[in-house]
Design a protein around this ligand. Structure first.
Ligand code: ZN
Length: 415
């Protein structure tokens, strides 16, 4: 059984990595072969220069994703069949044999730190080389590292209790530990959703109340028309880090708020902002957010039940390069290895998400104006240098949003 798991794991790791590389290369080839001409539907609104910038920016980002995929696959192979986790486990055992729970937590944290260190140069390169070359990066290296520090501190503060709870339940809560952990995990996630907008997001960005009164009046009338109450309209200083524009509607219950990136407000007129917000409200009205949370609860339930069973199988450890079974290794192996097994489900999730986008667009067309949304989308695509000509297969596999041409074609029918 152990050798079967090893074989299946290696085969899937190779297959997923090759798929990621192949899709990325297809995407770049497709974009480059359409670089010389702006698609007819956008010929009036997007210049050839902007189109070519989008082509080159998308290609550069995709190349980076390909290298990152290769690096992550290599690290995972080294961790598992390469004996890396086994080595980490033994190293900590020789430093600190007891208490077992603390040692387990240290093993998990070290593996996660190593894994983020591998991602770090890619993140740095993305901001300071790729985004900088195309004029999007507004961050300084000191900001990058202070963000990293803050993210790590928040990660430790929030992650430590949940990791502690997991190891404690695994050790002492009997056969149904995974069910209790699922309850803890679900409550934790709901709590995070509630406190994120008010307590965590402000650690990274400044939020100030929206002051433009005519825009405010317009948005409030849209909210009322669509039957929404919000805890306030905010502007976020997205421009401090990047010149990409965005808007979102966040939180649930009493902490719901509408957040606009300052970069979005700078570029769109009142009509367009209203249409973008109507799209976001569409996500809420169609319960996309709640459905996503429900789906996450279901997936974590199945995942933890599976882990409850795998934890007791010796082949689960030996098949993945770990000699002795232990609670922390079961948890760590599961966290690291399950994405490989889930990768092939990605097109399903992406297609579901694209369906949601179409629904939100239709809602915006009904409650605001389809023409205004089209104008906003064209501006956002242009200013974010998003490609208008993605490889169809790449887009079907990964993209959470449908290609601009499809969204606009559907909106045109409603305009
Ligand atoms: Zn959307």
């Amino acid at each position: 059984m152990a050798s079967t798991l090893t074989t299946v794991f290696i085969a899937l790791l190779v297959l997923t990595t090759l798929t990621r590389v192949w899709l990325g290369q297809r995407h770049i080839r497709h974009i480059q072969s359409h670089r010389d001409q702006v698609p007819a539907a956008f010929a009036d609104s997007i210049s050839l220069e902007a189109h070519q910038k989008a082509a080159d920016y998308s290609s550069a980002k995709t190349s980076l994703v390909i290298s990152e995929a290769a690096a992550q696959a290599l690290l995972l192979a080294l961790f598992t069949i390469g004996g890396g986790l086994q080595w980490l486990d033994e190293s900590w055992r020789s430093v600190l044999a007891e208490p077992e729970m603390l040692r387990g937590a240290l093993v998990i944290v070290s593996a996660l730190v190593i894994s983020s260190l591998v991602d770090l140069p890619f993140d740095y390169y993305r901001s300071f080389v790729v985004d900088a070359r195309f004029g999007f990066n507004k961050m300084t290296p000191s900001m990058f590292f202070s963000d990293l520090l803050k993210h790590s501190l928040v990660g430790v503060l929030l992650g430590a209790p949940i990791l502690g709870a997991a190891l404690w339940l695994m050790q002492g809560a009997g056969d149904y530990w995974w069910l209790y952990l699922w309850v803890v995990w679900s409550v934790f996630n709901l709590l995070m959703l509630a406190i994120y907008p008010t307590f965590i997001a402000p650690l990274f960005n400044k939020f100030s109340p929206l002051t433009d009164n005519s825009l405010k009046a317009r948005i409030e009338s849209l909210l009322t028309k669509c039957g929404f109450k919000s805890q306030g309209l905010f502007v976020m200083d997205g421009s401090a880090r990047s010149s990409h524009g965005n808007a979102y509607f966040t939180g649930f219950g009493a902490s719901k708020r509408v957040v606009f990136f300052d970069t979005l407000l700078e570029r769109l007129d009142t009509d367009e902002i209203e249409a973008v917000l109507a799209h976001e409200l569409g996500h809420f009205r169609h319960r996309h957010v709640i459905k996503r949370i429900a789906m996450m609860f279901f997936v974590s339930f199945v995942g933890l039940a599976l882990l409850g069973w795998l934890k007791q199988q010796d082949w689960f450890y030996t098949g993945l390069g770990v000699a002795q079974s232990s609670d922390h290794m079961a948890l760590l192996l599961f966290l690291l290895v399950s994405p490989v097994f889930l990768f092939l489900l990605r097109p399903l999730m992406a297609s579901y998400s694209r369906k949601n986008e179409f629904e939100a667009d239709a809602y915006a067309a009904k409650h605001a104006d389809a023409g205004h949304l089209i104008r906003a989308l064209v501006k956002l695509y242009r200013d974010n240098a998003s490609t208008l000509t993605p490889d169809p297969l790449h887009s079907n596999f990964y993209d959470s949003h449908p290609p601009a041409s499809l969204r606009i074609a559907k909106l045109l029918k409603k305009a």
